[in-house]
Ligand binder design. Structure first.
Ligand SMILES: Cc1cc2nc3c(=O)[nH]c(=O)nc-3n(C[C@H](O)[C@H](O)[C@H](O)COP(=O)(O)OP(=O)(O)OC[C@H]3O[C@@H](n4cnc5c(N)ncnc54)[C@H](O)[C@@H]3O)c2cc1C
Length: 454
């Protein structure tokens, strides 16, 4: 019998338990495996162009790795997947289980439709080392706090990477071909499993040992840059964790593992609170703390264009527009600035990030925004307001990062680039600060205090 492997956020062939399950079932019956990808208009419409362009490249890479056997179909998976399964006379459709709200709903409906024709939708594994929803506190409740979650996650552990099946009998079915790559001026990273593995090996060899001390430095560019590969499942975190276990142990290994644990924590929080994609998990200020209408749009536009007059914020926003990625420290600073200096709701910033980030990922993006906004689980306290100037001086001490992304400031040497307004010959094509950080910080703290008292 034939089986179908429906690829979604798992665009790889190594360490792929659902692929192993599909191949085992097909081989047992002397059958073949259909490699299917469905271009779902609901997801395609809602994704930013840089992500779609990256996905198109990643699908091309997967198709090449499959010797041109990737079957791409367009349409609603609720009808397309059962149709392909019927065409192939498949015994089952195998998937890596979806864990996010849209994917969970869609899969339940696809499973119903397949079930009516007597075919199961078989979920094996998830995009995480430990499936979201699996870990519980001793009291049986979901984790609210990161550190105990991480301890439970480490104690639970994970499987070793799944072996890559040899000479898979891929089936041939008519295919619409990988989707056309939409045009974008964002410079994309190399896509596909081979590129992902290459990037990860480079990081292990060159930068892992310095990760603990350098991970907060946007000027050094020494973080792993694998978020986009994790997002599309070109790499699985289990593979990374196995390589980390084999690396010379040290603080950097523990720190890196801990960052992966944050990724799993956010997925777990979203599993238990699907509405956290839009709704604040905690209310920390009254509705009157936010700007609305034209004032909100103007603040958003200025921030998005990297024209706030705060060099670190502007450098981050311009990096986002140029390469669809931003360093984590700078993501925190720009998000704090939007919410706590410009008083724009976190959801608006999260939407902008999702439109431009190549690694834009619902659990990580929405819950990191909630973390910065002080509304999430185990979030940064609302009264912590990042100072965009001192953050720049601390984490970009020589100003290299700012000069890289803000050409108007390239003539200013050293750390002075973080305070251009103090220079007698400040460049006249760079804006003065749009707000006074100290005053906006006070306003934020007052709104927080007023809400607390109320
Ligand atoms: C406002 C905001 C929005 C964000 N949006 C996203 C997003 O849409 N997609 C996304 O993958 N990450 C997001 N992050 C988390 C983080 O910024 C990126 O994962 C990281 O910058 C990716 O670069 P890297 O792979 O070089 O990270 P590294 O420093 O090399 O970290 C290794 C891996 O650990 C995980 N990780 C690191 N930091 C975090 C974190 N704070 N939360 C969760 N996982 C983390 C990522 O999977 C990352 O690839 C966001 C952070 C903030 C503050």
């Amino acid at each position: 019998m034939t089986t179908v492997l429906w690829f979604r956020r798992d665009l790889r062939l190594s360490d792929h338990p659902a692929l192993v399950a599909a191949v085992d079932e097909a081989r047992a019956a002397g059958g073949e495996v259909v490699a299917l990808f469905v271009v779902d208009p609901a997801l395609w419409r809602g994704s930013g162009t840089p992500r779609l362009a990256y996905l198109a490249r990643s699908l091309r890479a997967l198709d090449e790795a499959l010797g041109g056997r990737l079957v791409v179909r367009r349409g609603d998976p609720r009808s397309v997947v059962p149709r392909v399964a019927q065409e192939a006379e498949a015994s089952a459709v195998h998937v890596t289980a979806a864990t996010e709200p849209y994917g969970r709903r869609r899969d339940a409906e696809v499973a119903d439709a397949l079930g009516r024709a007597g075919r199961p939708l078989v979920g094996t594994g998830s995009p995480y080392a430990v499936a979201p929803g699996r870990l519980r506190t001793r009291g049986g409740t979901p984790f609210q706090v990161f550190t105990p979650f991480r301890s439970a996650w480490l104690d639970h552990g994970w499987h070793t990477p799944a072996p890559r099946p040899r000479s898979v009998p891929w089936a041939s079915l008519p295919s619409d071909g990988p989707p056309e790559e939409p045009s974008t001026d964002v410079r994309l990273p190399p896509a596909g499993e081979a590129a992902a593995r290459h990037r990860w090996s480079e990081f292990l060899a060159d930068d892992l040992a310095r990760y603990r001390t350098e991970r907060d430095r946007p000027d050094l560019d020494t973080t792993s840059s694998v978020s986009v590969h994790l997002k599309y499942g070109e790499l699985h975190p289990r593979t990374l964790l196995a390589d980390l276990a084999a690396a010379p142990s040290g603080d950097s290994v523990a720190t890196y593992r801990s960052e992966l644990a944050w990724r799993e924590f956010h997925a777990d929080v979203l599993w238990h609170h699907p509405d956290a994609t839009r709704r604040s998990l905690r209310t920390v200020v009254g509705e009157d703390a936010w700007v609305d209408g034209a004032a909100e749009q103007q603040a958003l536009d200025t921030w998005a264009a990297g024209r706030t007059g705060y060099p670190l914020v502007d450098a981050g926003m311009r990096q986002l527009r140029a390469v669809g990625w931003m360093h984590n420290r700078v993501r925190m600073v720009v998000a704090s600035f939007l919410v706590k200096d410009l008083h724009v709701r976190w959801q608006r910033g999260a939407d902008h990030f999702m439109a431009w980030l190549v690694d834009g990922d619902v659990p990580q993006n929405q819950l990191n925004w909630q973390w910065v906004a002080g509304t999430g689980r185990d979030a940064s306290p609302y009264f912590r307001v990042f100072n965009p100037v001192s953050q720049g001086e601390r984490f970009d001490p020589d100003g290299t990062y700012v000069r890289r992304w803000v050409p108007e400031l390239r003539g200013i040497p050293g750390a002075a680039v973080h305070r251009p307004w103090e220079l007698l010959d400040a460049p006249d094509d760079y804006p003065a600060p749009v707000v006074d950080h100290a005053a906006e910080r006070r306003a934020t703290l007052e709104a927080f205090e007023a809400h607390r008292r109320a």
